[in-house]
Design a protein around this ligand. Structure first.
Ligand code: E4P
Length: 221
């Protein structure tokens, strides 16, 4: 399973890129709004900051309601940073989003169909040619459903039907989500930097580092 970072914060993206585990970036309108920056400018900054990834998701804005609106926005987004091949158009799971997905896929543009909460939604997005689907596990857990189970079911369905759409486990809240979606067959987990930092840590690692340092100091004084 690969790691994407789920943020529009440039510092967090650069920190994650530096440690060499990053395969992509996902953003959404809420994450961009939180940064208080111009959408297209931030997407360009992100594309420039992470040249060696496979995908940077830029979501069509909420005022794009029809497929035509979404395609018009996508046409502008794909020009950013000189037509960067990593740009991925993130589309909502709606009839219009699926129509735009099919159109953009035919044009050779990468797509990420987002706000997936059922297996049927994932199947439809895959059949519309989505490069990625994003099931939101944390938001399902929030309403007492099982987000990891959804990822497992989608992974099984894609395997049985030989669908090459990749599953991005999204709305990831903690390290246990990461382990469980990896085992459930997600191709990618998109996680905030805080979760990446948690994945690195273990109290025994910290204790071990302290003990090595103390023993080294004693032996070399
Ligand atoms: C994924 O692409 C979304 O940006 C994200 O994971 C949503 O997560 P949230 O439920 O924490 O807002």
């Amino acid at each position: 399973m690969k790691f994407f970072i789920d943020t529009a914060n440039l510092d967090d993206i650069k920190k994650a890129y530096k440690i060499g585990v990053l395969s992509g970036v996902t953003t959404n309108p809420s994450l961009v709004a939180k940064e208080g920056v111009k959408f297209e400018d931030r997407i360009e900054e992100i594309l420039k900051a992470v040249p060696e990834v496979e995908s940077v998701s830029a979501e069509v804005t909420p005022d794009a309601e029809t497929a035509e609106d979404m395609i018009a926005q996508a046409d502008e987004l794909i020009k950013i940073n000189g037509g960067d091949k990593n740009i991925t158009i993130k589309l909502p799971m709606t009839l219009a989003g699926l129509e735009a997905c099919r159109y953009l896929t035919k044009k050779g543009v990468k797509t990420n169909v987002t706000l997936i909460f059922t297996v049927n939604q994932a199947l439809l997005a895959a059949r519309a040619g989505a490069t990625y689907v994003s099931p939101f596990l944390g938001r399902l857990d929030d309403i007492s459903e099982d987000g990891v189970l959804l990822v497992a079911k989608i992974a099984e369905l894609f395997r049985v039907h030989n669908l090459d759409t990749q599953i991005i486990a999204a709305s990831v809240r903690h390290p246990d989500h990461v382990t469980r979606v990896a085992m459930a067959g997600a191709h990618i987990a998109t996680v905030p930097f805080s979760v990446i930092a948690q994945l690195v840590k273990h109290p025994l690692t910290d204790q071990g580092i302290e003990k090595f340092a103390a023993d080294w100091k004693n032996a070399t004084k």
